[in-house]
Write a protein that binds this ligand. Structure first.
Ligand SMILES: [Zn+2]
Length: 398
């Protein structure tokens, strides 16, 4: 009996350190360094967090173009304590430099977020050497999820284009629109019909025909978008860019997000959606504080709807960030009671400061701390427990 007890005790002593060691080696949250190293060396990070952690079925990445911490705080103040940014349980920062510049443009910034790789300014969905790279939407499309995007700029603008196009220069709109017509996402909503018309193109091609042949319902107004019945929808609101929200732009961001979620959430396999509040950037380029505040208020409304959805659904990860800050905005004072800010801009271009990252839903804890913008995507895929061909050289960029 004594011998058995001693044997058991010895066995416990052997097992215990091994068990402790294993747990010490498998932290619940993979460190930023480990993810960054994996992202830059081509070695894919194993799914480190606990196997029991709930996986996100759906992902919504929301980009506030040009939305730095000062822009977010200006919105928090303006909402007088009712800001939707206050609903996120986890937040962090993102370092936005591109592969060739301290200060990124929206091409390299968007590509870093949605494709998880650094590239040179003005590049879209390609590495600095021109190699095409897939975005989270194309990767998850290939894994059977419903996919889409909604923007308040043109569908051909740098940020949305990063999700489906592969060009070395962001203004190659003819090529970008061809790539869009072939990308196969289920929902694409924004402005920019101009380059889809054969008479406005250098090649005389008709990407609208391609979209129709691929079974899309194409609408050109808010009302028609809201009434659309198809599971595959393209909405091109205007010739190029929609105007600012303040003089009475239709609520395209809110209604677009609503329509996109309505269609995409019907897929039993889950969905991936990118939403961009594009004109926060334009307002800050213009150093126009009222324009910026109106775009932020519009963004807040969309955010409230998305968070309500995610809260109710329980399986949706929502990540909100910016590609870069615009305007070098400084808040010099204001009135908390009245929700006003005294805004000063120090540039009409972008700045290189870190931008905020907010996360809500399964896996949201991964996004706290200071991260590189290319670390956001691997974290998203790990939170979903899904395959990412981020660093697979064999992977075709479709
Ligand atoms: Zn900009």
């Amino acid at each position: 009996m004594k011998k058995i007890f001693l044997t058991l005790a010895a066995a416990m002593l052997t097992i215990a350190p091994a068990w402790c060691q294993q747990n010490a080696q498998q932290p619940l949250i993979a460190s930023n360094d480990a993810i960054h190293q994996a992202a830059s060396t081509g070695e894919w990070l194993p799914d480190a967090p606990a196997k029991t952690a709930k996986k996100a079925k759906n992902i919504i990445i929301i980009i506030g173009d040009g939305m730095g911490t000062a822009q977010v705080y200006a919105s928090v103040v303006a909402q007088k304590g009712a800001s939707n940014f206050l609903r996120f349980p986890f937040s962090g920062f993102s370092r936005t430099f591109s592969s060739n510049k301290y200060t990124t443009d929206s091409g390299a910034g968007g590509t870093a977020i949605v494709c998880g790789r650094k590239t040179d300014n003005y590049h879209i969905g390609v590495l600095p050497d021109g190699t095409p790279i897939p975005s989270f939407l194309t990767m998850l499309r290939d894994q059977g999820l419903a996919t889409g995007f909604v923007v308040t700029s043109s569908v051909l603008d740098a940020t949305p284009a990063s999700t489906y196009a592969h060009v070395p220069y962001r203004k190659m709109y003819d090529t970008i629109s061809l790539h869009m017509s072939q990308c196969g996402f289920d929902v694409m909503i924004g402005g920019g019909v101009h380059n889809f018309r054969p008479e406005n193109r250098h090649d005389g091609l008709n990407p609208i025909d391609t979209l129709l042949k691929r079974g899309y319902e194409i609408t050109y107004s808010l009302q028609d978008m809201m009434n659309a019945k198809s599971k595959k929808l393209v909405t091109l609101f205007c010739e190029n860019y929609y105007g600012p929200v303040a003089p009475g732009r239709d609520p395209i961001l809110y209604e677009g997000a609503k329509k996109a979620l309505d269609i995409l959430s019907k897929d039993p396999d889950g969905f991936a959606l990118m939403i961009e509040g594009s004109q926060i950037d334009w307002a800050c380029h213009n150093n126009d504080a009222p324009y910026m505040q109106a775009e932020l208020a519009d963004f807040e409304k969309m955010l409230g709807f998305v968070l309500d959805y995610a809260e109710k659904d329980g399986n949706t990860l929502v990540v909100v960030t910016a590609d870069h800050e615009t305007g070098g905005l400084v808040l010099l004072g204001g009135d908390i009671e009245n929700g006003t800010n005294k805004c000063k801009y120090i540039t009409d271009g972008h700045s290189g400061v870190m931008v905020p990252v907010f996360a809500f839903g399964p896996g949201a804890e991964r996004f706290s701390g200071i991260q590189n913008n290319i670390e956001i995507l691997p974290k998203v895929f790990n939170a979903m427990g899904r395959k990412c061909y981020l660093n697979d050289p064999e992977s075709p960029a479709k």
